[in-house]
Design a protein around this ligand. Structure first.
Ligand code: GSH
Length: 299
């Protein structure tokens, strides 16, 4: 590795290299005018089946599974590899230009919600599910939810980036982020040794937030080879929990929503109705997107 001589002021002169370099830029705001589509349901979700996106579609499917008919939603794919997140309509819903983003149109004025953690809390409070209303149990659930928000960027943006996406295998950052990723897996494993679910005896938005990231790596879905590299099978309690959540019907449906890559039977590009899943299974809805430019399972 040639030594990098720091300039006095950093300037954006060239793409940094590696996957996703083409969508990274040091400025915010829209790059083009484009309105977002609006469907028939009260909730409009603009997303992609990445771990951050899966959290919200899993939450909607769990609410529907519990019988909340008012939780019906339209889910529209945002192709982040093609820059959809920089369209004016999307930026108006999320000024941070990242999926997932939600518009609740059930009231007199539309309400925008961005950041997956904020969306989970908003829906949990609206439907009175998956987040205890007060006291120690609520504090524990929110603690783990915010743990995920602070920790997963080291797993994804740190470990995952240098393990899978950087233009070369650099030993220093891979060591640094593998150390942190394994420490985080151990945090979860110890917690799950004493508790069935992350926040206690009940399944909650903490599980819904944490599972797509840590379950995804442990089950060998994110970053091919990362499960072996990090020896995730050694985290016995975490593996038990990852498989238990993976078996939930709502989780199996939620993972498919806005999924554009991988096995065609796992993809549901747009979701507008519960019956869309059956249509997808029969392969009648839409053909698979062959583009592998952005593998949605692992970003
Ligand atoms: N903290 C945010 C993170 C969202 C995020 O990083 N989304 C990624 C996909 S997983 C994205 O939209 N990336 C597009 C980009 O960076 O331009 C959340 O939890 O909602």
């Amino acid at each position: 590795m040639t030594e990098y001589v720091l300039p006095k002021v950093w300037t954006w002169e060239q793409p940094s290299g590696g996957q996703f370099a083409s969508i990274n830029r040091p400025i915010a705001g829209p790059t083009h005018d484009r309105n977002l589509p609006v469907g028939k349901h009260p909730f409009q979700l603009y997303s992609l089946a990445t771990p951050n996106g899966q959290k919200v579609s899993i939450m909607f499917e769990e609410l529907l599974e519990k019988g909340h008919k008012d939780a019906e939603y339209d889910a529209w794919p945002i192709r982040i590899g093609e820059g959809d997140q920089f369209g004016s309509g999307f930026v108006a819903v999320n000024p941070n230009s990242k999926i997932p983003a939600l518009v609740d149109r059930s009231g007199s004025q539309p309400v925008r919600v961005f950041e997956s953690g904020a969306i989970l809390v908003y829906l949990a409070e609206k439907f009175g599910e998956f987040l205890p209303p007060s006291g120690a149990e609520r504090a524990e659930t929110l603690s783990w939810l915010f743990w995920q928000m602070g920790s997963a960027p080291f797993l994804g943006g740190g470990f995952g980036h240098f393990f899978a996406y950087a233009p070369e295998k650099f030993e220093y950052p891979i060591n640094r982020y593998s150390m942190e990723a394994k420490r985080q897996f151990d945090v979860l494993n110890r917690r799950l040794a004493e508790s069935e679910y992350i926040a206690g005896a009940d399944y909650s938005i903490a599980d819904i937030a944490i599972w797509p990231w840590y379950g995804g790596v442990a089950l060998g879905r994110s970053y091919p080879g990362a499960d072996e590299f990090l020896a995730t099978s050694e985290y016995e309690h975490l593996m038990r929990w990852a498989k238990q959540i993976d078996a939930r019907p709502a989780v199996q449906r939620g993972r498919k929503v806005n999924k554009l890559t991988g096995d065609p039977s796992e993809q549901l590009h747009e979701r507008h109705d519960a019956s869309d899943f059956a249509l997808r299974t029969q392969d009648k809805l839409q053909p698979a997107d062959e583009s592998e430019a952005v593998k949605d399972d692992a970003i």
